[in-house]
Design a protein. Structure first.
Length: 470
């Protein structure tokens, strides 16, 4: 999009803000530290912001009110804090209480079509696809029964989501396609909107897959961990040969064809691939619809896990990517850094939730043997067992899970201002390793609030148009 002179000067302002912010990235850990469970204060240039934790409500306030709130929270004076919120007229009934919800209908399943993989990734949570067991393939009968379970009581107008994971799901291509056809036919007959997705390492993709995924409107996520040298170190074939060139060559037909289909890249961040901006730019240039980064917080062997110093470096790199995104948005250009786009979208709609995701609630994973689990990461893990395809969903286990995993039952979440934006973090990571990334998450959200304020002023229309789509 061509920018006018006035738009150019606005873009320059955003870049100037970017340079200011980059110098203070380390301070984000301090700025994001919780001083109140009821509010959080954010400065963005000359703008003073108040985040009311209840309902994730964001307000611009004057400098005097900002100072008064800072004094109250730094002193730990909750009575003074609540009086100030009452004076501002931003108190109200708690929107998230201590009572866990009843288990909702299951409207999303991920199928471990193949618990095996042709790569030997250094950090794989699924232990190179097999989840620590003998390699397995999901039978056609199990896949079709899973589809039937998902759609059995779905009503017209509802939405259901079916995902394919592994291991490497394209090892089980025939079963995947049959399950897709059953789901599409059944959903159409019942008037149910169906979302389809696959997460793949990309090495087995074919042009025929591109046509199939486009025809069914799949969301395709390809795991790519950086430029060639970095990716090849982290995601080699089992024999040690690098996989980058194969992945990119096989992804190109999908990238060229995507219309209904959307093809995104997911980057797992380890201490060995912290150069995020170069990775982001390369993947965007290749044509990916969105690019997202996720820190490696727990691996079965402990290899490649991110520690405090790495998370600080990652936050700096994420903010660098975010600042570039802001600049591009101000200039009217698309720059699909999914982490920031998603965060801005959630802030705009006031997202507040007591869980990080739908795991163990409306979303379950299905193992190759047909066992149900809280999500795809709990395949083969009794801590997340939720029944099986034959006997059905264990609603007692789901109810217990929702009670135990509620953010109000988690520490240090209960006193954290970010709890309803974060939801307590990935269950699998928290159960297995605790919460080593809280400072990183709060620092990132603090930056996102600053970015939201800037873009709300410089490009408010973006939130109604380009904003909802990564």
């Amino acid at each position: 999009m061509t920018t006018t002179a006035s738009e150019g000067s606005t873009a320059d302002r955003a870049v100037a803000v970017a340079r200011l912010g980059r110098a203070a990235v380390r301070d984000l850990f301090t700025a994001g530290a919780p001083s109140s469970s009821d509010l959080h204060l954010v400065r963005s240039g000359d703008t003073h912001l108040l985040l009311v934790v209840n309902g994730s409500q964001l307000f611009e306030i004057d400098a005097g009110t900002f100072a008064a709130a800072a004094t109250a929270t730094e002193a730990g004076d909750r009575d003074a804090t609540m009086r100030l919120l009452a004076e501002l007229g931003v108190t109200g009934p708690r929107l998230v209480d201590d009572q866990p919800p009843a288990p909702p209908p299951v409207r999303a399943l991920s199928l471990a079509i193949a618990q095996k993989c042709n790569l030997g990734c250094t950090y794989c949570y699924a232990q190179e696809g097999s989840f620590g067991d003998a390699p397995k393939d999901m039978s056609l009968a199990t896949a079709l029964a899973s589809v039937d379970l998902l759609l059995a009581d779905a009503r017209p107008g509802e939405r259901a989501n079916l995902a394919f994971l592994g291991g490497e799901p394209l090892v089980g291509r025939a079963v995947l396609r049959a399950a897709t056809e059953r789901a599409a036919t059944t959903a159409a007959a019942r008037g149910v909107a169906l979302g389809l997705s696959i997460t793949t390492n990309g090495t087995l993709l074919t042009e025929d897959d591109a046509a199939f995924f486009e025809a069914h409107g799949f969301s395709v996520t390809i795991s790519i961990d950086g430029p060639r040298d970095v990716h090849d170190r982290l995601r080699p074939f089992k024999g040690g040969r690098g996989s980058f060139d194969v992945v990119i060559a096989r992804a190109r037909p999908l990238l060229a064809r995507q219309r209904r289909m959307q093809v995104s890249a997911r980057v797992t961040v380890t201490p060995r691939n912290l150069g995020l901006r170069a990775t982001l730019d390369e993947l965007i240039d290749l044509g990916f619809h969105g690019v997202g980064f996720s820190p490696m917080l727990r691996s079965p062997t402990g290899r490649e896990e991110m520690e405090g110093e790495h998370l600080e470096q990652m936050l700096a790199a994420m903010v660098e990517c975010g600042l570039q995104t802001e600049s591009q948005i101000v200039q009217g250009r698309r720059y699909p850094f999914s982490n920031l786009v998603t965060a801005l979208r959630e802030l705009h709609r006031g997202t507040h939730r007591p869980y990080p995701c739908g795991a163990g609630a409306g979303y379950l994973g299905v193992s190759a043997d047909g066992e149900l689990s809280a999500c795809h990461r709990f395949v083969g893990d009794s801590r997340g067992a939720m029944g099986d395809i034959t006997t059905g969903v264990d609603d007692d286990r789901r109810a217990a899970w929702l009670a135990e995993r509620h953010v109000h039952r988690q520490e240090p979440c209960r006193s954290c201002w970010a709890r309803y934006l974060c939801g307590g973090g990935c269950h699998h990571e928290a159960i297995g390793r605790g919460r080593p990334a809280c400072g990183y998450i709060r620092g990132w959200l603090h930056y996102c609030l600053q970015a939201y304020a800037r873009l709300s002023s410089l490009r408010p229309e973006w939130f109604e148009t380009a904003g909802p789509t990564p």
